[in-house]
Ligand binder design. Structure first.
Ligand code: ZN
Length: 207
């Protein structure tokens, strides 16, 4: 969940093979973002929408990484600030639609949640396999594993919510998981925003 923030992307190398690896991971994350938003809306699952936030965040992070290689700190910090603000807005939207779902009492489709949750887990594992050979040094390897572990926890939470919806024939497992994930995501968006704002201030002071 909101794992792969700038700690996850510390490469300064810009080899063609590394760029191809990043593009592949961006494509996987962007595709899964679109898939989970469509499935979340189609199957009335807020947990799928909340999990989609992470794919949006990771796609944005890797896109900024690819684009920002060699650019000044102020440019990178501005990109990070925009990323943090748009992720915070999306998290607020997911929280609002989750609250609305409590009122309207829609019933999520557990089987769609389960299948898409498994697909999301596979997509995150594929991203790790693509990126892990680019991680040299202990800290980098560690951050890849922390990111993928957090992403996998999110995917497993969606699958667990699907199981809960299926067993209870109620919507609340979906709503509880969605609110928890979107809340955590909002918290880390605020961290991204304040870190980017601090970097912008530091860049302005240095200029
Ligand atoms: Zn992630």
């Amino acid at each position: 969940m909101a794992c792969c923030d700038d700690t996850c992307a510390p490469f300064d190398g810009a080899s063609p093979a590394y760029r191809r690896a990043l593009l592949a991971v961006i494509a996987i994350n962007a595709t899964m973002f679109a898939t989970e938003v469509a499935a979340g809306l189609g199957a009335s699952s807020r947990a799928l929408l909340a999990d989609a936030l992470d794919f949006a965040g990771d796609a944005a992070t890797y896109t900024i990484t690819l684009w920002a290689i060699g650019r000044p700190l102020r440019t990178r910090a501005t990109a990070a600030l925009l990323k943090g603000l748009s992720l915070a807005l999306m998290a607020l939207w997911v929280l609002a639609t989750t609250a609305w779902q409590v009122v309207v009492q829609g019933m999520p489709r557990a089987e769609v949640m389960g299948v898409i949750g498994l697909l999301a887990l596979a997509a995150n594992l594929a991203s790790v396999l693509i990126l892990v050979r680019w991680k040299d040094g202990d800290a980098n390897v560690r951050s890849v594993w922390l990111c993928s572990r957090n992403d996998a926890i999110g995917n497993v939470a969606v699958i667990a919510a699907a199981g809960g919806v299926w067993v209870t024939a109620r919507a609340w497992p979906d709503l509880v998981v969605a609110a928890a994930m979107a809340g955590l995501f909002l918290t880390s968006s605020v961290k991204i925003i304040s870190q980017a704002a601090a970097e912008l201030r530091a860049a302005a002071a240095a200029a």
